[in-house]
Design a protein around this ligand. Structure first.
Ligand code: PLP
Length: 397
């Protein structure tokens, strides 16, 4: 017996639900890539991508996923043998650092863990010690705003402040793949030099576009970067020809989709978008908080203030998260995220990012509570109710 007929709901942390409006915007014939409306479309997208990142710097749009945007950002500012500091708070900054290592950088990791945010004071101390050592100092600091594996949110403003307090001139490079379009990103105000993201999460567009933004400081460093390659190169992409902006044929249909998605974000208002994410994330946290009272399951991120507004990672301590995911999928048509990295087989993840609303989140929470019951995973009852109570309190008539 199942109750899964109807629309399947993808609650994995990317790709996320693509709005029907975005799908429709993509459903059209190809257009000329040398003249006509596509040229203005590109200008508008570059301007508006920078706007969402909160920067007066330059934006670059790649035909790539997040891994490509990682590589794009690294090749443009690093040279072989440069030292890079990775701030650990889950899986993804580590993955970015691994890419840097394979490209020829020397990578050191500021140990953190899977269960907590980066501590800015530790960043400051590490960079002060690095400066004091003299010689070849750290060239760039890599950190994820939200780590999708652990569910943590890092305080990027405080990390930027820590770098400045250390008097260090390392570039601050931020992965905003799981946060852009879900929560504020203030690149210029926070002292971020390079940031990157992808189209498939908070940006509500199918996978395939990588976004990178760079300030003047990063573009200056870029001039002497030794790892530059033709496809990713910022200077080439800053050329006058439209063709250069994509280093070849533009991904037209993804651009049509991204335009529509940005229009929807601006129409809702970025502050409202972020507030919606905060409310829905807290609804999820209220539910998980109730389920975990004195029970086996619980939050992966120990400190409440360090839990992200786009993704929640739930530990199932000794129970089988895959059985729960299979139940949610096969019986109810909800696809939950699985635990990754060290949390593989130990956790499941609930995405609350992008084109999500109360029925999607409350439905997902209801299904999880159903699954916990059907699989006899010990939990306190009333989690979904707590989420409803929270939302009805916060969203007035
Ligand atoms: C925080 C973060 N960074 C980078 C990536 C890599 O992106 P992609 O899978 O699009 O290559 C992901 C993917 O989930 C992510 O969550």
């Amino acid at each position: 017996m199942s109750v899964r007929a109807g629309r399947e709901f993808l609650a994995i942390p990317g790709p996320t639900t693509v709005p029907d409006e975005v799908l429709r915007a993509m459903h059209r014939p190809a257009v000329d890539i040398y003249s006509g409306p596509l040229l203005a479309l590109t200008d508008g997208l570059l301007r508006d991508v920078a706007r969402v990142f909160g920067t007066a710097g330059r934006a670059y749009i790649y035909i790539s996923n997040g891994h490509g945007a990682w590589e794009a950002s690294l090749t443009n500012v690093l040279s072989k043998g440069d030292r890079v500091l990775v701030l650990e708070s889950g899986r993804f900054a580590i993955g970015w650092g691994e890419a840097a290592r394979r490209m020829g950088a020397e990578v050191e990791i500021l140990k953190g863990g899977m269960r907590r945010a980066v501590r800015p004071a530790e960043v400051e101390a590490h960079l002060k010690a690095d400066k004091a050592k003299g010689g070849k100092t750290i060239k760039a600091v890599l950190v994820a705003q939200v780590d999708t594996a652990s569910g943590v949110v890092n305080d990027i403003a405080a990390i930027g402040q820590a770098i400045r307090a250390a008097g260090h001139d390392a570039l601050l490079m931020v992965d905003a793949v799981a946060s852009l379009g879900c929560m504020p990103f203030e690149m210029d105000a926070w002292g971020v030099d390079v940031a990157m993201s992808g189209s498939q999460k908070g940006m509500m567009t199918p996978p395939g576009l990588g976004f990178v933004v760079a300030n003047d400081r990063a573009r200056e460093v870029h001039k002497t970067a030794g790892l530059r390659t033709p496809y990713w190169d910022w200077t080439d992409r800053e050329g006058d020809q439209h063709y250069q902006k994509y280093a070849g044929t533009p991904p037209e249909h993804l651009l049509f989709g991204a335009r529509q998605a940005l229009d929807m974000l601006f129409e809702e208002g970025l502050e409202n978008v972020y507030h919606r994410h905060r409310l829905l994330a807290e609804a999820v946290r209220r539910a998980v908080g109730v389920w975990s009272e004195g029970q086996a399951i619980g939050f992966n991120i120990a400190e409440a203030s360090e839990r992200a507004d786009s993704i929640t990672c739930v530990l199932v301590n000794g129970h089988d998260p895959e059985a729960l995911r299979a139940y949610a999928n096969q019986k109810c048509g909800v696809i939950l995220g699985h635990g990754i990295g060290d949390l593989s087989g130990k956790a499941f993840r609930i995405a609350h990012m992008g084109h999500v609303n109360a029925p999607m989140i409350l439905g997902t929470l209801g299904v999880i509570e159903m699954a916990l019951g059907a699989l006899s995973i010990p939990h306190a009852k009333g989690g979904a109710q707590a989420a409803i109570d929270w939302l009805s309190d916060q969203v007035p008539a």
